[in-house]
Design a protein around this ligand. Sequence first.
Ligand SMILES: [Zn+2]
Length: 108
Amino acid sequence: MAIIPEWITEWIQKDRLVGNKFRISQSYLRHSKRIQLARSERDTESGLERFHYVVHSPKYGRYNVRYERGRYQCNCPFFKHRGICSHIFGVCRLTDIWPERESIFNHD
Ligand SMILES: [Zn+2]
């Protein structure tokens, strides 16, 4: 069972749309082929991890979820609104690697 950061849990409860995306991410986790690792690398010196997953939405096609330095990005439309989406939630729950709060709420 994944450990969800508290600020994420609060966000899901407060923001109905974000909560909805979190629930949708469950369907990606139920079908393992919908979340596929495309690329992953770890810098041996700094220990920094970077990865790229392709998430297959049955309705809308493929989306690219990228992670680097505590920050996630996705090329779906909802990501532009909230800085998170069902695809990112799916990858977070799969990897247990969550975004840093600052990467979502303090960017201008
Ligand atoms: Zn997305």
